[in-house]
Design a protein around this ligand. Structure first.
Ligand code: ADP
Ligand code: MG
Length: 386
């Protein structure tokens, strides 16, 4: 039964957006007391009466003490600064007072995040993290920007440990886009091939922030060829035991390395921009994925720079790819600026429309969908075709 921290008539106004019964607390201290008395509680909704700074401090301390408890804030006025501070304090959502549909959706999402955090592993498979491959057959369509921002967004949502893997082995630019020194890269895995374990894999990683690590691409393009696709499979098998989410950035070709990653992915994010050449590449890729028997239900199509002035409309895009679009990410100069600064936009400005669309995609498609496992025997099917 969620705790609603709000005295008086506003609380009554807010109740219609919250499913089922609610326990009311007049202030944050009372809410903290209710929480202390109930170790099973998983949701606190903080109404507009609580002073913003106090509410954020409450959320930040709860994130450490009881990370499974979600905090949703309801405010009369929501602005960019508030959203940014809220997300950084670990608040899962900020909702306008009176927007019942948004409140209901925020509660559902928070329960789902908690459920995933608390779900006991029932067998070996479910103890493993999810692998998300971000692919787009056209260079420059935004794969790296999206993969890095998805990684940051997942880490911000407090879903556990996240690893971003740069599988653009020849021209990887994850390191440069977040200003990490590629002192260790995938290339250093070569001597461990065939007997890679968790401590070996850990020695290859570069920490970006607590809970978010990166496996960087080799610095010299020629080194890409030294890495056998088999090693990628071995690495991912180890990383998925160590991380809740492994996000893979890719080159613009369905190389054997990329297909190896797709074989073990629970989610494929297929990226395009709304122009004819990128869409043609996406269509070809989708047909290839069909041919290689990658299930359609693990794919999400994302249109980047969706509002581009010269671009095709959402409907035209949908027709060409013959599939629903999971997310539209707007075009903004803030993206290249953030890359040049080396700080992903979702981290620097979580309230920016680009960040918001990434966060929404993550919440709606990566966090709330049931865990999907790669189909049995898919890789065998693929190799027969290849
Ligand atoms: N939504 C966007 N709005 C504006 N520029 C973008 C957007 N997404 C990506 N970019 C820019 O486009 C360029 C290519 O993006 P990048 O992620 O490197 O593509 P890829 O990895 O697919 O080659 C970069 O300069 C990046 O900053
Ligand atoms: Mg790239």
């Amino acid at each position: 039964m969620p705790i609603l921290c709000e005295p008086g008539p506003t609380a009554v106004e807010m109740l219609s957006g919250i499913d089922g019964e609610v326990r009311r607390a007049d202030n944050l201290a009372a809410a903290a007391k209710l929480l202390d008395g109930d170790p099973n509680e998983t949701l606190v909704i903080i109404g507009p009466r609580a002073v913003t700074g106090d509410a954020l401090a409450f959320a930040a301390s709860l994130r450490l003490a009881r990370p499974a408890v979600g905090v949703i804030m309801a405010r009369r006025d929501i602005d960019v600064t508030l959203l940014m501070r809220a997300l950084q304090s670990g608040v899962r959502d900020v909702v306008q007072v009176g927007d019942d549909a948004a409140m209901a959706a925020a509660c559902r999402r928070s329960y789902e995040v908690t459920r995933r955090m608390l779900a006991p592993p029932t067998d070996d498979e479910s103890a493993q993290g999810q692998i998300v491959t971000v692919f787009g057959a056209k260079g420059g369509c935004g794969k790296t920007a999206l993969a890095v921002n998805i990684g940051v967004a997942l880490a911000m949502q407090g879903v556990g440990r996240v690893c971003v893997v740069d599988l653009d082995l020849a021209f990887g630019d994850v390191a440069i886009s977040v200003q990490l020194d590629p002192l260790r890269t995938i290339l250093d895995a070569l001597p461990m091939a065939g007997h890679l374990d968790e401590s070996g894999a850990a020695s290859l990683l570069t920490r970006y922030q607590p809970g978010l690590e990166m496996l960087l691409a080799p610095v010299t393009p020629g080194d890409a060829e030294k890495i056998p696709p088999r090693l990628v499979g071995e690495l991912l098998a180890v990383l998925r035991r160590m991380y809740d989410f492994v996000i893979i950035d890719t080159p613009a070709q369905l190389s054997e390395h990329v297909l190896t990653a797709m074989d073990v992915s629970s989610h494929l994010v297929l990226l395009t921009t709304p122009d004819v050449t990128a869409l043609k590449s996406l269509r070809v890729s989708l047909e290839m994925l069909d041919m290689l028997s990658y299930p359609r239900q693990i794919r999400s199509i994302v249109v980047n720079r969706a509002d581009s002035k010269v671009g095709l409309s959402a409907e035209q895009v949908r027709k060409v790819v013959r599939s629903n679009i999971a997310a539209h990410i707007p075009s903004s100069r803030a993206v290249p600026i953030s890359v040049n600064k080396g700080v992903p936009l979702v981290l620097a400005s979580p309230a920016h429309p680009v960040s918001q669309s990434v966060l929404k995609f993550v919440q709606q498609h990566l966090l709330t969908s049931p865990i999907r496992r790669p189909a049995e025997g898919r890789s065998r099917g693929r190799r027969r075709v290849a």
